[in-house]
Design a binder for this molecule. Structure first.
Ligand code: ATP
Ligand code: MG
Length: 211
C-alpha cells in the first residue's frame, strides 16, 4: 500500500497545488467522478496519478486516455519513471503485445486503440477501476468527439469506473460534468502569470489587469 503522502515524498513534492487539493477535497480518493478544469501546467497529471494509486491499492487497472500517440509516449515515460506502477502502452494496431496489457497497473492508450481493444473484448478491461481522459474538451470536437463519447459510454457499461476528465480549456464544463456524472473541480491558479501587453515603440505596456 502506498499512501498519497508516501507518493508525494517520492516525487519530492512538498505542497499540493490548488487544483490538486480541491480534487482530493472533492473525493478523488473516495472514487468520485471528477471533471478538473485548471490552466496549463497547473498540475493536473498528478491528480490522475493519485487516482492510479487508489486503484493500485485495490488491485484494479487504470487507463489514461490521450488523443495523440506522441502524448501517450510522453505520459508512458513519465509514469514509468515513478517506479511505482507497471505501465503499459497501447497505441498502435492490434498486435501480440496486447496480450500482455493485463499485467500492468496503468495503461496509457489512445482513444482509438482502447476502443478497438474493447471491441475485441480484451479480458482485462473488466478490471478497469479508473479511467482518466486527458484533454477531455475533445468530446466537443466534431472529428474526435464521437469516438471518445462512445468509448466512455462503453467503459461505463463494462465496469462503472471512477472517471476523471482533465482539461485546461472547456467551454461548457457544467454540461460536461453532468454528462459524466462528475463533480466539477475548477481552479484558476497558474504557475506563470499571463499578462496581456501592448508593444508601444520598444516597450510593452500593460493596460489591463492580468487575465
Ligand atoms: N504540487 C506540485 N508541486 C510542484 N510541482 C508540481 C506539482 N504538481 C505538479 N507539478 C509540476 O508541474 C508541471 C506541470 O504539471 P502538469 O503537466 O500536470 O500540468 P497540466 O495541468 O497537465 O497542464 P496541461 O493542461 O498543459 O496538460 C510538471 O512538471 C509537474 O511535475
Ligand atoms: Mg496535462
Amino acid at each position: 500500500m502506498i499512501s498519497v503522502q508516501d507518493y508525494l515524498e517520492r516525487l519530492g513534492i512538498a505542497e499540493l497545488r490548488p487544483a490538486q487539493q480541491k480534487a482530493l477535497d472533492a473525493g478523488l480518493e473516495r472514487g468520485r467522478n471528477l471533471l478538473v478544469c485548471s490552466p496549463t501546467a497547473s498540475g493536473k497529471t498528478l491528480i490522475a496519478e493519485l487516482a492510479f494509486l487508489q486503484a493500485l491499492n485495490e488491485k484494479k487497472i487504470s487507463v489514461y486516455i490521450v488523443p495523440l500517440k506522441a502524448l501517450a509516449q510522453e505520459k508512458y515515460a513519465q509514469f514509468t519513471k515513478r517506479n511505482v506502477f507497471s505501465v503499459g502502452l497501447a497505441v498502435g494496431d492490434l498486435d501480440e503485445k496486447d496480450q500482455h496489457l493485463h499485467q500492468h497497473d496503468v495503461i496509457v492508450a489512445t482513444a482509438e486503440k482502447l476502443d478497438s481493444l474493447l471491441r475485441h473484448h480484451a479480458p482485462w478491461t473488466a478490471r478497469i477501476g479508473v479511467v482518466v481522459v486527458d484533454e477531455i474538451h475533445l468530446l466537443n470536437d466534431p472529428g474526435r468527439g464521437p469516438t471518445l463519447e462512445i468509448l466512455l459510454t462503453m467503459l461505463k457499461r463494462i465496469t462503472r469506473p471512477q472517471l476523471i476528465g482533465l482539461s485546461a480549456t472547456i467551454g461548457n464544463p457544467e454540461e460536461l460534468a453532468e454528462w459524466l456524472a462528475a463533480d466539477l473541480v475548477v481552479d484558476d491558479w497558474r504557475p506563470v502569470r499571463l499578462d496581456k501587453g501592448v508593444l508601444v515603440g520598444t516597450s510593452v505596456e500593460f493596460p489591463d489587469k492580468p487575465f
